[in-house]
Design a protein around this ligand. Structure first.
Ligand code: SAH
Length: 387
């Protein structure tokens, strides 16, 4: 899963690309074109039927648009892992009833049906469910897959129990969008006692990075904008975690496991937690931000399988990452202080994570950290909101 309202994303590869919006000087030309075509039939006549969605539909439900599904399907780390889990563990699926929670295009349901599942129920609340139905038919799986359009929390399932629940529910920072609750709801309502949840483990990690350049550009920028103090915006900017790809060379400390969740056993309350951390510097450097990432695993497979959204390792001989990046990238939390750290020194603290009270799809993060090093000392509490 990905986010419909990403927190904040930078696209370093496109920074130099020119804006391709029409220049003002072209406006006259465009107006002339419109006048010339004024007598031609109304544009609606030439649109195929069924494509009657407007931007308002997508604003509230971006999963109805194919673009977000294209991004997820093309994330091969994500999609191939699910495919491998299903195709290489056919013994798990043979003659089993499967529930696909948040089916999107139906890709996971198709994998399961192909692997020999007795029947797959694919629940999808967005309009993509209509496409999923068509895709299932086109590919000849109508007997094996039933697509149900609606919310998991509101749908009537034609069977009382299922053997397997499969879902790709992970959001940025693992918990953004809070679809995990939907999976837990489905588990408690429909999963057999000896049933499986796939994936069944998810872990969140924390590390620390040097990131002077980008912190300057995105945070310190507000200190003086064309000579004016706009630092009130800086306070907001620093509260927004940044979803971005971090370069391996930026990492200054070890990684710390914050929390492992067992999706087959946990309660919704377990997604709110406080976890201590201790980050030890592996070299002398400056620290500008902490970075969170997650991994998921399928421990009930013949061989432990999973994937990580951790920082890709770059080969010295090329700029291509050895372990591929995912569309979740990493989540960067900028620190108010710059920490001057020496090799072996430690930053200790805790991270508190909880769904926002007003909108449970958003995540509130509280970060407490203290550092007492040879070159500097800091102790602070910072709040972040993933929106
Ligand atoms: N399984 C697909 C799509 C994953 S994205 C794939 O792997 O490519 C998650 C999907 O879950 C989205 O399409 C979203 O619309 C759907 N979804 C989220 N919450 C839901 C809910 N409560 N009920 C039904 N569908 C939901």
């Amino acid at each position: 899963m990905t986010s419909n309202q990403p927190a904040k994303i930078r696209f370093p590869d496109n920074e130099d690309e020119e804006d391709d919006a029409p220049e003002n000087s072209n406006v006259d030309e465009i107006m002339c074109d419109l006048e010339e075509t004024a007598n031609t039939p109304p544009v609606e006549d030439s649109f195929p039927e069924g494509d009657d969605k407007t931007s308002a539909d997508y604003y509230f439900d971006s999963y109805s648009h194919f673009g977000i599904h294209e991004e997820m399907l093309k994330d091969v780390v994500r999609t191939k892992t699910y495919q491998n889990v299903i195709y290489q563990n056919k013994f798990l699926f043979k003659d089993k009833v499967v529930l696909d929670v948040g089916a999107g295009t139906g890709i996971l349901s198709l994998f399961c049906a192909k692997a020999g599942a007795k029947h797959v129920y694919a629940i999808e609340c967005s309009h993509m469910a209509d496409m999923a139905k068509e895709i299932v038919e086109t590919n000849g799986f109508s007997n094996a897959i039933t697509v149900l359009k609606g919310k998991v929390e509101e749908i009537d399932l034609p069977v009382a129990k299922v053997d397997i629940i499969i879902s790709e529910w992970m959001g940025y920072f693992l918990l953004f969008e809070n679809m995990l609750n939907t999976v837990l709801y489905a588990r408690d309502k429909w999963l057999n006692n000896d049933g499986l949840v796939l994936p069944d483990k998810a872990s969140l990690y924390l590390t620390a990075i040097e990131d002077a350049e980008y912190k300057d550009d995105k945070i310190e920028f507000w200190n003086s904008v064309y000579g004016f103090d706009m630092s009130c915006i800086k306070k907001q900017a620093i509260m927004e975690p940044l979803v971005d790809t971090v370069d391996q060379n930026q990492i200054v400390t070890n990684s710390q496991l914050l929390k492992t969740m067992d999706i087959s056993k946990m309660t919704p309350g377990d997604a709110s937690f406080t976890a201590p951390f201790k980050l030890v510097a592996e070299r002398d450097d400056y620290i500008h931000a902490l970075v969170a990432y997650f991994d998921v695993s399928f421990t009930k497979c013949h061989k432990l399988t999973g994937f990580s959204t951790g920082i890709s390792v770059f080969l010295r001989s090329s700029s291509r990452p050895r372990s591929r990046a995912t569309h979740w990238k990493q989540t960067v939390l900028y620190l108010e202080d710059v920490i001057t750290i020496c090799e072996g020194e430690t930053i200790v603290g805790s991270m508190t994570v909880a769904p926002n009270k007003k909108n449970p799809r958003d995540v509130d993060i509280k970060l407490k950290y203290s550092f007492n090093g040879r070159r500097c000392s800091v102790s602070r509490v910072q709040f972040y909101k993933m929106r």
